[in-house]
Design a protein around this ligand. Structure first.
Ligand SMILES: Nc1ncnc2c1ncn2[C@@H]1O[C@H](COP(=O)(O)OP(=O)(O)OP(=O)(O)O)[C@@H](O)[C@H]1O
Ligand SMILES: [Mg+2]
Length: 338
C-alpha cells in the first residue's frame, strides 16, 4: 500500500497539515494545526529558513507525518496569478508567445521569473472568440529557498501549487455553479477570486486579515492579545454580546475588508456587464467570525456560504478543527497527479 500523502499549508497564524490518502476520493487520517510561533509563512533569509524549517520538522515528527508525498502551497501574496485573453493559438504557438505575454502581465523581471501556465478556455475556431490562459508567476530565488528549506529536513516536495488553485479544487466547482466570489481570509492576508462558469476569472490578494481584527480589539477595548483573540472568536459581530462593544470595534476593519470584496465584484461586473456575482464563499480561519455571514449577506445582498472542505470526505476529521481553515490542504490532497 502506498504511504499516505501530506498536504501542508504554512500560514502566518498556524501551520496546517493533513495526512491522507490523496486523489479524487480523499481519505483523511490525521488533521494537524499548530500555532506558527515564527509568524513566518515564507522565509526570506537563512535565519528564517532555519527557524521555520525546525518548526516544520517538529510538526512532522510529533504527528508521524511521512515525508514521501509532501504537497505544498505558496501564499498568494508572493505569487502573481493572472488570467489573460488572447487570440487563439496552438500549443506550440502559445509556448513561444508565453514569455512575451508574461512580460506584459506579470510584474517580475524575466530573469527572476518562474512561470507556469495553463489553457483555461480555447474557443472552437470562432473568428472573434478569445482564448483564456492562466499565468502563474513566482520569483525563482524565493521558490528555491522555500524548497531548499524542505530539502534540509529530508523532504522533496512532490507538488507546489498556489493557494487559490488548491482552494478552488477543494470547492469542486462545476460549469453550472453560480458566479462565485471566493474570499479566503487568513490572518495576515485575504485572497479574493471570482469563478464564473467554473472558470477562474481573476485573483487579487490583500495584506490584511484576521490579525487586523484582533489588533482592533486590543486597541479599542484595551485587551491583551490572548483576550482579544478569545473575544473575537466568542462574540465576533454579534451585537447582543458584551454590550455590542466587540462588534463596534470589529466593524471598521471588517468593513475595510468588505470594501476590497466590493471592488472585486465591481471589477468583474465592469469586465462582464451582463453578469453578476451571485454567491460569496468564505474560506480561511477568519470566516468563522461569529455573525460574519449575516453581516456580509446584509451588506452585499448575495448568498454567503462558508467553505466546508471535508463534506463528503471519508476518514477521521476531529471535532475541534476549523474546517474552512483547511481548504488549502484539502485541495492539495484532491489533486490526482503531482
Ligand atoms: N472562530 C473564529 N472566529 C474568528 N476568527 C477566527 C476564528 N478561528 C480562527 N480565527 C482567525 O483566523 C485566522 C487564522 O486563519 P488561517 O489559519 O486561515 O490563517 P493563516 O493561514 O495562518 O494566515 P495567512 O494565510 O494570512 O498567513 C487568525 O487571525 C484567527 O484569529
Ligand atoms: Mg493561510
Amino acid at each position: 500500500m502506498p504511504a499516505a500523502s501530506v498536504a501542508l499549508d504554512i500560514g502566518t497564524y498556524s501551520i496546517k497539515a493533513i495526512r491522507a490518502k490523496a486523489g479524487a476520493k480523499v481519505n483523511v487520517e490525521r488533521v494537524v494545526e499548530v500555532f506558527n510561533e515564527t509568524g513566518i509563512a515564507l522565509p526570506t533569509d537563512d535565519a528564517s529558513v532555519a527557524k521555520l524549517g525546525q518548526m516544520i520538522d517538529a510538526v512532522f515528527n510529533d504527528n508521524e507525518l511521512p515525508r514521501t508525498d509532501v504537497r505544498l502551497a505558496l501564499p498568494e501574496t508572493v505569487v502573481s496569478t493572472k488570467v489573460i485573453s488572447i487570440p487563439p493559438l496552438s500549443d506550440a504557438e502559445l509556448a513561444s508567445a508565453i514569455g512575451w505575454q508574461a512580460e506584459q502581465h506579470i510584474p517580475i523581471p524575466p530573469e527572476e521569473l518562474s512561470l507556469e501556465y495553463q489553457v483555461l478556455h480555447r474557443p472552437e475556431k470562432k473568428e472573434d472568440a478569445q482564448m483564456r490562459v492562466l499565468l502563474v508567476g513566482t520569483r525563482k530565488r524565493m521558490v528555491e529557498r522555500f524548497i531548499g528549506m524542505f530539502n534540509e529536513i529530508g523532504i522533496e516536495p512532490t507538488l507546489l501549487e498556489t493557494q487559490i488553485l488548491a482552494i478552488m479544487r477543494s470547492l469542486q466547482f462545476t460549469q453550472e455553479d453560480p458566479t462565485t466570489l471566493i474570499a479566503h481570509m487568513g490572518s495576515s492576508s485575504m485572497n479574493l477570486a471570482i469563478v464564473h462558469k467554473g472558470e477562474l476569472q481573476f485573483v487579487i490578494s490583500h495584506m490584511n486579515g484576521g490579525q487586523m481584527l484582533t489588533k482592533a480589539l486590543e486597541t479599542s477595548i484595551g485587551l491583551d492579545a490572548a483576550q482579544a483573540e478569545q473575544y473575537k472568536r466568542s462574540y465576533g459581530l454579534d451585537g447582543s454580546q458584551f454590550q455590542g462593544k466587540v462588534r463596534d470595534a470589529l466593524l471598521p476593519p471588517v468593513n475595510m475588508l468588505l470594501t476590497e470584496v466590493r471592488k472585486s465584484v465591481q471589477f468583474f461586473i465592469n469586465q462582464n456587464p451582463q453578469e453578476t456575482v451571485q454567491r460569496v464563499v468564505l474560506s480561511g480561519g477568519t470566516s468563522m467570525l461569529p455573525s460574519l455571514v449575516q453581516h456580509i449577506t446584509n451588506e452585499l445582498g448575495v448568498e454567503v456560504l462558508i467553505a466546508s472542505p471535508f463534506s463528503g470526505v471519508e476518514g477521521a476529521v476531529p471535532e475541534n478543527v476549523n474546517p474552512p481553515a483547511m481548504s488549502v490542504c484539502m485541495g492539495l490532497l484532491q489533486r490526482e497527479e503531482t
